[in-house]
Design a protein around this ligand. Structure first.
Ligand code: OSB
Ligand code: MG
Length: 394
């Protein structure tokens, strides 16, 4: 695959409406929304009952591209929050891009390259620009990314339940719906017993655990015990910023370690691969700062023989559609945390709703230009907390 795959594709395309190969950003809007989840989602770092996010709309000549910033209202998963992202977007990322011409997403990221950190804020804006460019060229986002499938394999991530009986009930319910890969959240005191109980009932299930950083190297014996469960992988067992200790753990257990929280950029991915800190990487486009970095990490992992899969952040239809397009790239060889809309929300701000294809545990990529989804303004108005318009006049 050519290194500059993205530029390679775009340099041969012209913007359908104008015959240009660039668009000019006229206006950017931020929408802070918050939607109730169908069920509380409990992890080792907290419980969510509502899912807030910032939706980013980038306008050019009657077209609009949509991105989603997946920061939450508290810094439990990462240091970013809705408020830090709003600040960084409105004061540093958006202003240098207003009224500017954009031929590739890198034209936008280059204008804020100097900003350290804040990957979720950056991803929200960059991904909206990818969507806008793909719509302008009249091609699906997956084509722009070099993707190869029209459906991708998915699983479901189940939060920590109040009792073992309820945990088993949840697992059964999702398997009945057609999900063939189950991820269980674990924490100290909720690990071996629930995992072993599920493994006993489903000896051939693709089963994995996500610790969200809740353990230390002192728990080595527990992880060695887990080797008997034939798990697909253990996600982020140790500290959220650690790479080095994960290499020590991986050397002493058979189950593949998958890193989530500690991979923020292609540089972190290279460090993890070089010291053998993991055998798998969870790709979250928000956590790595946008689709350009996601493509770079994907290509690096493909070369190193490290499979990737698409993680989730309980996205709305906007973020979920982008995840689906991303997961069509060839080294996404494990099922993603991209579940059907009804697993998250009663009604969503975008259409169409995503449904599981139960015959093969897949979700079909939306067709049409860009991410292929349409935002529903009436639904958005119902759940909106804050709104701001950025244009030449503001
Ligand atoms: O660690 O993968 C995680 C949700 C929010 C924050 C962190 C994580 C998750 C999930 C949910 O596991 C995945 C999904 O969107 O279905
Ligand atoms: Mg995780």
């Amino acid at each position: 695959m050519p290194k500059n795959l993205v530029t390679f594709h775009l340099s041969r395309l012209t913007y359908r409406k104008k015959g240009n190969s660039f668009v000019k950003i006229e206006r950017i809007e931020l929408h802070h929304i918050s939607q109730p989840l169908v069920a509380p989602f409990r992890t080792s770092f907290g419980t969510q009952v509502e899912r807030p996010c910032i939706l980013i709309a980038v306008y050019s000549e009657g077209l609009v591209g949509w991105g989603e910033c997946v920061a939450s209202d508290n810094p439990g998963y990462s240091y970013e929050t809705i408020n830090t992202a709003w600040h960084v977007l409105s004061d540093f990322l958006i202003p240098p891009n207003l009224e500017q011409e954009v031929a590739t997403p890198q034209d936008v990221t280059a204008r804020y390259d100097w900003v350290r950190g804040h990957p979720m804020a950056k991803a929200g804006l960059e991904n909206a620009v990818w969507d806008l460019l793909a719509r302008a060229h009249g091609i699906p986002l997956s084509t722009m990314l070099g993707g190869q499938h029209d459906r991708v394999e998915v699983g479901v991530s189940i939060g920590i339940q109040p009792t073992l009986a309820e945990q088993l009930e949840r697992v059964e319910q999702f398997i009945e719906q057609g999900y063939r890969r189950i991820k269980m959240k674990i924490e100290p005191g909720w690990a071996m017993e629930p995992l072993a109980a599920v493994r006993d009932l489903y000896p051939n299930l693709k089963l994995m655990a996500d610790a969200n950083s809740a353990f230390t190297l002192d728990d080595m014996a527990l992880f060695q015990e887990m080797d008997a469960l034939n798990l697909l992988m253990i996600e982020q067992p140790l500290h959220y910023d650690d790479i080095a200790d994960h290499a020590k753990l991986q050397a002493q257990i058979k189950t593949p370690i998958c890193l989530d929280e500690s991979i923020h950029s292609p540089l972190h991915a290279r460090w993890a691969i070089e010291i053998k800190a993991c055998r798998i990487i969870n790709m979250k486009v928000g956590r790595v700062g946008g689709l350009s970095n996601a493509v770079a990490i994907h290509n690096m992992c493909a070369k190193a023989g490290i499979p990737v899969w698409c993680g989730g952040m309980l996205e709305t239809g906007i973020g979920r559609a982008i995840n689906l397009h991303l997961a069509t790239m060839p080294n996404f060889t494990l099922p993603g945390d991209i579940s059907a809309t009804d697993r998250y929300y009663i009604e969503d701000i975008a259409a169409p709703d995503f449904k599981l294809n139960p015959e093969d545990s897949t979700i079909t990529i939306p067709s049409g230009p860009g991410s292929g989804i349409k935002v529903l303004p009436e639904r958005m108005a119902k759940v909106r907390v804050r709104h701001q318009v950025f244009d030449a006049a503001s």
